[in-house]
Design a protein around this ligand. Structure first.
Ligand SMILES: [Zn+2]
Length: 432
């Protein structure tokens, strides 16, 4: 019965066209340039940013003021090769031309997507035009094979990347590079940390298929609620990383706002704030990687609800959502699934996963967040979150996997834990 109701739900398949053989992967390392290299890198970042911003300015001027869509290849030449010959931009010649070309290429693909989007020749949501890059943000310079070489130092834990016009920068080789990289991004975070991020072609390992499938409900109280067709279910607590350092961060931010603009102390305070942000981001990324890894390792198909992260971000839950990093988690799931030959199914976000009984298919109407357990007319006493996770699995067309065990699994997964019944059911009855 429930399956009949669910068949109308729109299903988007992602990752089913997994490429086999070679695939591109990023390998990132912490880098430690010396003082001279940092100075030269700062110059390179600055020039790359100017090229990027010149590109954006040219396109804005052309499109917004005169209504003309410019020839992007020509703009690229204007802001790089031609600019170097002008007195205002001749200093661009002091750094390697490769990062400048790459910066222009970056802006070019941003504008290509934007112009295709407004012309209606690009699928997906409307794309915004690229925005100017700011000096205080993350600094990036990209080098392609003709502008860098990389070597590892025997058995030591250091690697070295020789960059055109900058020299050999050392980085902590925390894991080996599997093959020769095709590009490297040198990144300076606002916290002052440097990283090198290589793009490497790797053989796509295709692990043996597994039987289990999973439904994942993304939540606020928990980062994710997972129900697997093997009968296993678990909640991934939200670390609330940002919340725990929020106090520290608020203090640091206040300190920053008191400092005079342009002063050395302001710079120091700004770096302090950036470091705290970097710490939060690191541990959050770590957690998200672990969650995605486990889901992909244990399941052949993973069904997730497509939350409108952008729209939700504008509500008062914004902070919690930014904290939880659902968008990042979905991205990680997709890329890991692609690597491992697994599948991610994203179901329509308007599907009433929390209102429907996963046992009989009855839709019971919206429930306030505090209702954790509810009783359906069919007699099932349901755990709000796990019931939703099972519904997501059903909506993704995975009913067969659930029915493989004679329907028992579906009950086991969605029913409330008896130990919680006493406290919550009374509450649920009272509000019914
Ligand atoms: Zn029911």
């Amino acid at each position: 019965m429930a399956d009949g109701n669910l068949s109308v739900v729109a299903v988007t398949l992602v990752g089913s066209h997994a490429r086999r053989g070679e695939m591109k992967k990023r390998f990132s390392y912490r880098a430690y340039p010396d003082a001279d290299q940092r100075a030269m890198l700062a110059k390179t970042f600055g020039c790359a940013r100017v090229v990027y911003n010149d590109f954006v300015a040219y396109c804005r001027d052309s499109y917004e003021k005169r209504g003309v869509i410019p020839d992007l290849n020509e703009v690229k030449s204007i802001v790089t090769a031609q600019a170097k010959r002008t007195p205002e931009r001749q200093w661009l010649a002091e750094v390697s031309s490769v990062p400048l070309q790459e910066a222009a290429r970056d802006a070019q693909s941003g504008y290509r997507a934007f112009f295709m989007s407004i012309a209606g020749t690009r699928r997906g949501p409307r794309v915004n035009p690229p925005r100017m890059k700011r000096k205080s943000g993350r600094q990036v310079a990209t080098f392609t094979t003709r502008a860098f070489t990389v070597r590892a130092d025997g058995c030591s834990r250091w690697g070295f990347v020789r960059l055109a016009k900058i020299g050999e920068v050392k980085f902590r080789l925390s894991r080996p590079l599997p093959s020769c990289p095709s590009t490297v991004k040198v990144i300076c975070e606002p916290s002052g940390e440097y990283r090198v991020s290589f793009v490497v072609e790797v053989e796509a390992a295709c692990p043996a298929a597994v039987e289990s499938v999973a439904g994942v409900d993304l939540g606020l109280a928990h980062l994710a609620i997972v129900a697997g067709s093997s009968g296993e279910r678990y909640r991934v607590p939200n670390q609330r990383n940002l919340r725990s350092v929020e106090h520290k961060l608020a203090k640091a931010q206040r300190r920053l706002s008191r400092k005079e603009k342009g002063g050395r102390n302001r710079d120091k305070a700004r770096i302090g704030v950036a470091r705290l942000h970097a710490r939060v981001a690191r541990s959050r990324k770590d957690q998200l990687h672990n969650v995605a890894r486990r889901l992909v390792d244990e399941n052949q198909v993973i069904a997730v609800e497509n939350l409108d992260v952008v729209a939700l971000g504008k509500t008062r839950f914004a902070k919690s959502i930014a904290d939880a990093g659902w968008g990042i988690l979905l991205g990680l799931l997709r890329s890991k699934a692609r690597e491992s030959g697994r599948e991610v199914v994203v179901i329509d976000r308007w599907f009433p996963s929390t209102q429907m009984c996963s046992q009989c298919g009855r839709v019971d109407g919206p429930k306030p967040l505090r209702i954790r357990i509810w009783k359906c007319e069919c007699g099932a006493v349901l755990d709000r979150d796990y019931n939703a996770a099972v519904n997501i699995m059903l909506a993704a067309g995975l009913a067969e996997s659930l029915n493989a065990h004679g329907g028992v699994v579906r009950r086991v997964l969605a029913l409330a834990d008896p130990s919680e019944l006493g406290t919550h059911l009374a509450d649920a009855r009272a509000s019914a």
